[in-house]
Design a protein around this ligand. Structure first.
Ligand code: PLP
Length: 280
């Protein structure tokens, strides 16, 4: 009998183009050899060209989904992505406060790369007051860390100060991702222990849709696989870097990262073409 993989729960929005959101998260979870389960916070009408519409999930549907999943599976880690509204964020906080699953990784998604807001003001309050204290790790990018901490960030020292402010709000571990700064610098700060920076060259790829979701979900998977926080962050950074550099230009806008780059590309399309043409 094959060994049972760790179960990773993603609580996030649905992006039908599968670059970001729950379908992308499930790809990331599968790529790490874990078993993914999902609860939808919102549906978006979205393509590689951007987000056209956001419709929040019914809160009682989300709560029931989470409760049923928690009753059925032993969850090893939780990834929280887009929440949309304060009402939905509150459902998630109430569920997590009661169910107390381990290894909660909070990706503080505030807006899409295309600019559309993905969390309202009430939701930002719930993130600050209820979700930050529950998370083992939060993964804001520089812009999100600035909003949550109330500080301007344009250099590494300010990333550190923002991380300290998030610790004061209850976050145990903070990774501020600085892919948006001039150099790609990520800062990992663990409350009461240490601060570490991971530097890498900025990748010159247009196919970056879903980078934040892939990074935070990969960290949740590594924690589910029993890695330490700093090892999980380092391994997730390596995963995302390769997923970006092997991303493909699919669709007319910003292409997705390649979540499944570890799978071999079998020349199946050629085989299917032969089959379709009736030739051996
Ligand atoms: N859409 C959904 C459903 C998401 O969960 C997210 C990110 O978490 C996004 C869009 C934003 O992705 P990006 O910043 O790559 O546009």
């Amino acid at each position: 009998m094959p060994q049972t993989p760790p179960v990773v729960l993603t609580i996030a929005g649905f992006d039908p183009s599968s670059g970001a959101g729950i379908t992308a998260d499930i790809k990331t979870i599968a790529a790490h050899g874990c078993y993914g389960i999902a609860a939808i916070t919102a549906s978006t009408v979205q393509t590689t060209a951007g987000v056209r519409r956001v419709v929040p999930a019914e809160s009682d549907l989300l709560t029931q989904t989470l409760q049923e999943l928690a009753g059925d599976f032993q969850v090893s880690a939780v990834h929280i992505g887009m929440l949309g509204t304060g009402k939905i964020a509150l459902c998630v906080a109430e569920f997590l406060e009661t169910a107390k699953p381990p290894n909660i990784v909070l990706d503080t998604v505030l807006s899409a790369t295309s600019g559309t807001s993905l969390l309202d003001e009430a939701g930002i309050r719930i993130v600050r007051e209820r979700l930050l204290p529950l998370a083992i790790l939060v993964t804001p990018n520089v812009a999100e860390a600035a909003v949550l901490s109330g500080l301007d960030i344009s250099e590494v020292e300010e990333m550190k100060q923002a991380a300290m402010r998030l610790h004061e709000m209850g976050a145990k571990g903070v990774v501020v991702t600085g892919g948006h700064l001039e150099k790609a610098i990520d800062l990992l700060s663990l409350k009461d222990s240490y601060v570490q920076t991971f530097r890498s060259d900025k990748l010159d790829s247009p196919n970056t849709h879903g980078t934040g979701c892939a990074f935070s979900t990969a960290i949740a998977c590594q924690l589910a696989l029993d890695r330490s926080l700093s090892a999980a962050v380092l391994l997730a950074k390596a995963y995302v870097t390769t997923a970006i550099s092997s991303g493909y230009a699919i669709g007319k806008g910003i292409g997705p990262v390649n979540h499944m780059y570890r799978m071999k590309n079998h020349p199946r399309a050629a085989g299917v073409a032969k089959w379709a043409s009736g030739k051996d």
